[in-house]
Design a protein around this ligand. Structure first.
Ligand SMILES: Cc1ncc(COP(=O)(O)O)c(C=O)c1O
Length: 304
C-alpha cells in the first residue's frame, strides 16, 4: 500500500510550473514553485514542522503543550497543522489587517485567535508580537516559536526548499526571487543555492514602505509606511534575515502585487507561495522567475 503516515508527509516537494502569461514576449524561462500545494496552502508548512521538531528535541514542547505565535496567518496555519497531528493546543495573535479567511481557517484547525490593531507600533503592549509574548508568558507549558529569530526557520529552507529547487532545475537556475517577511525563505534557500553556485542571483521582493531595500542598499533602517500586501516586508530587521545571501532587493507596489496575482490566473486561485526562480537555459540569455505570494482576501488576490 502506498500512503503517508499523516498529512505532514505531504509538506514540501512542491512542483515547478512555467508561468506562460508572465513569460509572454520574454526570453527567460520563468517558473513558479507551487508552495500553495502544501497541505496548509503555503511555504510556511515547512517551518511549522521544523520549529515544532526543534522544540520537541530541546524538550521545550512537552505533551499537552500550547503553541503561541504572532502570525500574519500562514505560519499559524503551518504550526496549527503540525500541532493538530502532534496533539498540541495553539493560540495565534494576528492583526486586523490579516485576511478574515486566514483567521477562520486557523479556528477551523482548532486554534484560538486573538486580533490586535495593525496600527499598534512595535514594542507597544497592543502590538501583535508583544501580545503574543505576553500570552506565552502567562500560559503554562507554552512554546513561543518566533519565526523571526528561530534558526529552524531558515534551516528548513536550507534543508528542503533549496535542495528541491536545485534538483528540479538540474542545477541550471540562474536567479531565485522571493518575498522577504521573516527572511527565512530567502536566507535559507539563498544560502543553499549560493553554496551550490555563487553566481545564482538571489533577489528579494519588498513592498514600498518596508525596510529591506533601504537596509540592503545603505545598512540603515528607514521609517516605514503602510502597505496592503500581507506577510512580506518588515518594520524592524529580524535575526533571520541574513542579507548577505541576498544580492538585490526590489520594491513592489500594492498595485503591481495584486495585479500580478490576478494575472497568474489558475496558478494562484487561492494561494501561491512566494517562491520564484529564474533559470538559464544552456544556450540562451536568461530564463526567469515569478511573483510574490498570493492569497485571497475576500475574493481579491493579494500577497501574503
Ligand atoms: C505565504 C508566504 N510566503 C512567504 C512569506 C515570507 O517569507 P519569509 O517569512 O520566509 O521571509 C510569508 C510570510 O508570512 C508568507 O506568508
Amino acid at each position: 500500500m502506498d500512503y503517508y503516515e499523516n498529512v505532514l508527509g505531504l509538506v514540501g516537494h512542491t512542483p515547478l510550473v512555467k508561468l506562460n502569461r508572465l513569460n509572454k514576449g520574454l526570453k527567460p524561462l520563468i517558473l513558479a514553485k507551487m508552495e500553495n500545494l502544501n497541505p496548509g496552502f503555503s511555504v510556511k508548512d515547512r517551518i511549522g514542522i521544523s520549529m515544532i521538531d526543534a522544540a520537541e528535541r530541546a524538550g521545550i514542547l512537552k505533551p499537552g503543550g500550547t503553541i503561541v505565535e504572532a502570525t500574519s496567518g500562514n505560519t499559524g496555519i503551518g504550526l496549527a497543522i503540525a500541532a493538530s497531528v502532534r496533539g498540541y493546543q495553539c493560540i495565534f495573535v494576528m492583526t486586523d489587517k490579516a485576511s478574515v479567511e486566514k483567521s477562520r481557517y486557523l479556528k477551523a484547525l482548532g486554534a484560538d485567535v486573538v486580533i490586535t490593531p495593525v496600527s499598534a507600533k512595535p514594542g507597544t503592549p497592543d502590538h501583535y508580537v508583544s501580545t503574543a509574548r505576553r500570552i506565552a508568558a502567562e500560559t503554562p507549558n507554552s512554546f513561543y516559536p518566533d519565526p523571526y529569530s528561530h534558526p529552524a526557520n531558515p534551516e528548513a529552507h536550507y534543508r528542503t526548499t533549496g535542495p528541491e529547487l536545485w534538483e528540479q532545475t538540474e542545477g541550471k537556475m540562474t536567479h531565485f526571487v522571493s518575498g522577504i517577511g521573516t527572511g527565512g525563505t530567502i536566507s535559507g534557500t539563498g544560502r543553499f543555492l549560493k553554496e551550490k553556485n555563487p553566481n545564482i542571483r538571489i533577489i528579494g521582493a519588498d513592498p514600498f514602505g518596508s525596510i529591506y531595500k533601504t537596509y540592503k542598499e545603505t545598512g540603515t533602517i528607514p521609517e516605514t509606511t503602510p502597505y496592503l500586501v500581507e506577510g512580506i516586508g518588515q518594520e524592524v530587521l529580524p535575526a533571520n534575515a541574513h542579507m548577505q545571501y541576498v544580492d538585490e532587493v526590489l520594491n513592489v507596489s500594492d498595485h503591481d502585487s495584486f495585479e500580478t496575482a490576478r494575472q497568474l490566473g489558475p496558478i494562484a486561485p487561492r494561494h501561491c507561495g512566494s517562491r520564484a526562480i529564474w533559470t538559464k537555459t544552456p544556450s540562451s540569455s536568461s530564463s526567469f522567475a515569478t511573483p510574490a505570494n498570493t492569497i485571497s482576501r475576500n475574493s481579491t488576490l493579494t500577497n501574503g
